[in-house]
Design a protein around this ligand. Structure first.
Ligand SMILES: C[S@@+](CC[C@H](N)C(=O)[O-])C[C@H]1O[C@@H](n2cnc3c(N)ncnc32)[C@H](O)[C@@H]1O
Length: 254
């Protein structure tokens, strides 16, 4: 009687963990989200009940309450329930809320991490989120913050952080992101990469600058990467030599 909160990764089924595959093959019930690739759902046993709880844009606000009810109901009735979520369940996946609901109902919960799009999308575009001499860290934020959150995101602080910024749920907020980060002190020429549908057959990468970002058409699901590393792909040889040169000129190549 356990509900496993399982990360499905960014899309490519080969990026599932071994544990995720095993649980999918064993599950009595699979409760899944809109962003989970159909090829991953095909790994479930033929007898498993498949429950689509994908929230669509404009869906009623009680959607999460309904999902919680389904999870508690199936968790009480079946031995092995998989709650499958895109990326990692605990990265903007509401996995924390679902775990608390299930525990309050007396149901066992286990978490199986997945590869988050915050890492996989930059990687798929050949962008290392950290790189010695260029970026000493990365910060992951949502552009779609809960209006009732206790603390508002401080975009000035993000602009001043000196880290690569990885922004999820930013497709409809590109003008706000550009404005806030430039007002916060980032150069309008700061490189930006927009990675759409990373690791899937429809993956697409657009490169621009902070000033140019509002001009792009950005489609869901997309991850934005802001910072020097976003200018290049280290999967291209010319880019490697350019990055290595910059790196050496900064005198930190030790
Ligand atoms: C509700 S959040 C869920 C994040 C997920 N839990 C994770 O760890 O990747 C949805 C956002 O994740 C990002 N995303 C998810 N899948 C993606 C993909 N394949 N390529 C690019 N971005 C993706 C987009 O920013 C999208 O708006």
């Amino acid at each position: 009687m356990t509900v496993h909160l399982v990360g499905a990764g960014p899309g490519d089924p080969e990026l599932l963990t071994v544990k995720a595959v095993r649980l999918l093959e064993q599950a009595d019930v699979v409760v899944y989200d809109r962003l989970v690739d159909p090829r991953i759902l095909e790994l479930a046993a033929p007898w498993a009940e498949m429950v689509d709880v994908g929230k669509r844009p404009g869906a009623p606000s009680d959607a999460q309450a309904r999902i919680n009810e389904i999870l508690v109901d199936r968790g009480r009735r079946f031995d092995c329930v998989v709650r499958l979520k895109g990326g990692d369940p605990f990265v903007f996946g509401r996995g924390g809320e679902e775990a608390l609901e299930l525990r309050a109902a007396g149901i066992e919960v286990a978490e199986v991490p997945g590869i988050t799009s915050a890492i996989a999308a930059p990687a798929a575009a050949g962008i290392p989120v950290t790189m010695r001499g260029i970026s000493s860290g990365f910060t992951v934020v949502t552009a779609h913050q809960d209006p009732h959150a206790d603390r508002r995101l401080d975009w000035d602080a993000l602009a001043q952080s000196g880290t690569t910024l990885v922004i999820l749920m930013g497709a409809s907020r590109t003008a706000m992101i550009s404005d806030r980060l430039i007002q916060g002190g980032l150069e309008p020429t700061t490189p930006v990469a927009v990675v759409h549908a990373a690791t899937t057959t429809t993956q697409d990468v657009q490169r621009t600058t902070l000033a140019g970002l509002p001009e792009l058409t950005v489609v869901n699901p997309s991850t934005l990467v802001v910072g020097a590393v976003a200018a290049q792909s280290v999967l291209d040889l010319p880019a490697i030599s350019r990055l290595t040169t910059d790196f050496t000129q900064e005198g930190t190549n030790r």
